[in-house]
Design a protein around this ligand. Structure first.
Ligand code: ADP
Ligand code: ADP
Length: 232
């Protein structure tokens, strides 16, 4: 369902060029829990940001459900982006708004009335297991709780894909495990495609079914979790 077709991206800064992506081709199927692993600077962040065009590749296509989104008008691209949720290492919550308002934010201006928004927010908070914190502010939550709120917000528009940018890198091992289990659960319950980038080997081993390994802007290995990690 997601085809990253021959993507290249070079950053020019201070007269140095960095090849962040070099002819990267990847296919991510519907329902995959897809891990992209590699050391810092390998190009993971650039690659995942190409999936919603937060970053534009210099060349190549990003095809989602047979639509080349690099060719869309700004208006169509905005619509397309609603089908793609994203979570981040540092959660990116709005600190002056409580949990309810953070999760409700993407639902504003969508033609839902107050009761419908309330029902949807509560349902999402139940799904991520944090309904009891509905009126708390981000500063009152642990890292794991903040990431649950961020996941609920990312799911508010019923996306087809959830992009996770180092989503567990700021968490302790226990919260990392809990968030990974939650992502796996959501992947299975909603048949939602999940893409995870991480430098943490354990993360992909624990939950992903398919993996790509990046080094120096290139995908150097890809396959099922067993292909990549089984000992000969
Ligand atoms: P990763 O996510 O694997 O750490 P990135 O995609 O962030 O890798 O970065 C890949 C390479 O591109 C690195 O060498 C990084 O320094 C460089 N890079 C990333 N973003 C920019 C930018 N906005 N300007 C210049 N160089 C960048
Ligand atoms: P992370 O490792 O958490 O992804 P980074 O520190 O690599 O975060 O990048 C943070 C932001 O800075 C990103 O938006 C990235 O594109 C940008 N960036 C990364 N490397 C460079 C660089 N060498 N020059 C300019 N911007 C960069």
């Amino acid at each position: 369902m997601i085809l990253l077709d021959n993507l290249s991206k070079t950053y020019e800064s201070k007269k140095v060029s960095v090849g962040a992506l070099k002819n990267v081709t990847l296919k991510i199927e519907k329902g995959d829990m897809f891990g992209i692993i590699g050391y810092s600077g390998a190009g993971k962040s650039t690659l995942i940001r190409c999936i919603n065009l937060l970053e534009r590749p210099d060349s190549g296509k990003v095809v989602i459900n047979d639509i080349d989104i690099t060719a869309l008008s700004p208006k169509s691209l905005r619509k397309q982006r609603e089908k793609i949720g994203m979570i981040f290492q540092h959660f990116n919550l709005m600190n002056r708004r409580n949990v309810f308002d953070n999760v409700a934010y993407p639902l504003k201006g969508k033609g839902l009335n107050k009761v419908q928004i309330e029902e949807k927010v509560i349902k999402l908070l139940e799904l991520v297991g944090i309904k009891d914190k509905v009126y708390s502010y981000p500063s009152q939550l642990s890292g794991g709780q903040k990431q649950r709120v961020a996941i609920a917000r990312a799911l508010a528009n019923d996306p087809e894909v959830l992009l996770c940018d180092e989503a567990t890198s700021a968490l302790d091992p226990q919260n990392t495990r809990a968030i990974l289990n939650l992502l796996k659960d959501i992947n299975q319950k909603l048949n939602l495609t999940v893409v995870i980038i991480t430098h943490q080997m354990e993360v992909v081993k624990e939950v992903c079914n398919r993996v790509a390994v990046m080094e120096n802007g290139e995908v150097v290995e890809k396959g099922s979790i067993l292909d990549i990690f089984s000992n000969p």
